[in-house]
Each structure stands twice: as structure tokens, then as C-alpha cells.
Design a binder for this molecule. Structure first.
Ligand code: SF4
Length: 225
């Protein structure tokens, strides 16, 4: 069951349905303990590296940085683009991802003297548009950084979430990222723990049941909803 602190503050029947879905998913899959990482900066780096690849590949790229003692904003800032690209090569699209990672650390160093705590002290409403202004940082990455590294209540939306919501007629095919994010944030309390777990559960659902070509509805925890 959702804790009492989560059952206050959400709005109306849609909020009730979203909480009900959350409880079913949590009961079926259990807590996911996201996001793996030893520090907020490592979580930020993982959020940037994870696009279009498996987590195992991200883990290998991050291990390479750790093994060379380079998983620090200033160290990445001072590396040549080519060197960084080779180190994070296991993550795939390594030239593009090296550029994105360096764009992020340049922002962190230039605006906040490399302090991730100072960056997050800006708060959600100020920091989110700043992150979205960084070249190569899209809304899913920005919200992952805010939620999982900064523990700020910004709901993360991904293709798995959109697909399941569409199949259950919560949203239509024209819904964009901001619309889906608002759908959750307008109907759920601004609770970091809830947002953290809920996004992770959508991913597990999408990977194992609500697949793109052939959904496995008969065994799915959301069957009949
Ligand atoms: S697999 Fe079927 S029941 Fe499960 S979320 Fe997708 S559409 Fe719904």
C-alpha cells in the first residue's frame, strides 16, 4: 500500500487511478531501488550516457571513468573530447555522448564552480529550464537528473510510460513529453519517493509486458484495468 503521506494531496479520480496502478505495479515488481550510482554526479553522468543503450553498457563506461579517477566534473571538463569519447566508448554513440557530458560539466563548472550541491540548491523550477538549455540534454535526461540525482520532484516520462498510458486511453497519440509529465504531476503529490519508484516501475512494465509489438496483457499486472 501507498503510505499515508502519499495518499494525501493527489487530485480526484484520475489521481486515484494513478495511485491504484502504482500499487499494482509495486506489488507485482517490488521496489526497484533506482538509480544505481555512488554519488549524485555519477547519477547525472549515467542519465546522460544511458540514452539508446543498455544499462550494462553504461555501467562499463562509468567503470572506465572511475578506474581512471575521472568521474569528477573538473576532470571531465579538462579532458580532451577525443580522450573522453574513447573512455566512454562502451556506452555507444560515444562521440555524441562525450559532447553531451562535457556540455553538462561545462555548465556545472561555469555556473556553479563544479558544485553539484550548489546546482541542485537552485530548486526545480529554476534549474529545469537551465538544464534544458544545455545542448544535448532533453527533457527525459533533465528530469532524470533532477529526480534521481537531485531528489527534486520532477516526473520522468519515457516511451514505456507513454505506450502503456496510450493503451489504457489515459492519453492520446498527440500527447507530447510535457503533456504527459504534467498529467502525472497534476494528479499526484509532488513526492520524490513516489516519482522515483513509479518511473522505474513503468520501465519494468514496458520491458517485460507492455512491449511495442506484442503486449503480454494476459500475464500483466495491469490486466483488466
Ligand atoms: S501489457 Fe496490456 S494490460 Fe499490460 S499495460 Fe500493456 S496494454 Fe495494459
Amino acid at each position: 500500500m501507498v503510505s499515508s503521506s502519499l495518499t494525501t494531496g493527489y487530485a480526484g479520480p484520475v489521481g486515484d487511478q494513478l495511485i491504484s496502478i502504482y500499487e499494482r505495479l509495486l506489488s507485482a515488481f517490488g521496489p526497484q531501488d533506482w538509480w544505481p550510482g555512488d554519488s549524485p554526479f555519477e547519477v547525472c553522468a549515467g542519465a546522460i550516457l544511458t540514452q539508446n543503450t543498455s544499462w550494462e553498457n553504461v555501467r562499463r563506461a562509468i567503470s572506465n571513468l572511475k578506474n581512471k579517477d575521472l568521474l569528477r566534473p573538473r576532470a571531465i571538463y579538462e579532458l580532451s573530447r577525443e580522450s573522453l569519447a574513447q573512455i566512454i566508448r562502451p556506452a555507444g554513440y560515444y562521440n555524441v555522448k562525450a559532447e553531451r557530458l562535457q556540455n553538462f560539466v561545462a555548465f556545472l563548472v561555469d555556473e556553479f564552480e563544479g558544485s553539484i550541491d550548489t546546482m541542485f540548491s537552485k530548486g526545480l523550477e529554476t534549474l529545469r529550464p537551465m538544464l534544458l538549455d544545455i545542448k544535448g540534454i532533453g527533457p527525459e535526461t533533465a528530469d532524470s537528473i533532477l529526480l534521481y540525482a537531485g531528489e527534486l520532484p520532477s516526473f520522468v516520462v519515457d516511451v514505456y510510460t507513454v505506450r502503456a498510458l496510450m493503451r489504457h486511453d489515459f492519453i492520446d497519440e498527440n500527447a507530447d513529453y510535457e503533456g504527459v509529465r504534467s498529467f502525472f504531476m497534476d494528479h499526484l503529490p509532488a513526492d520524490v519517493e513516489l516519482y522515483n519508484e513509479y518511473h522505474a516501475l513503468w520501465v519494468i512494465l514496458g520491458k517485460n509486458f507492455c512491449k511495442k509489438t506484442k503486449p503480454r496483457c494476459e500475464k500483466c499486472p495491469l490486466s483488466g484495468m
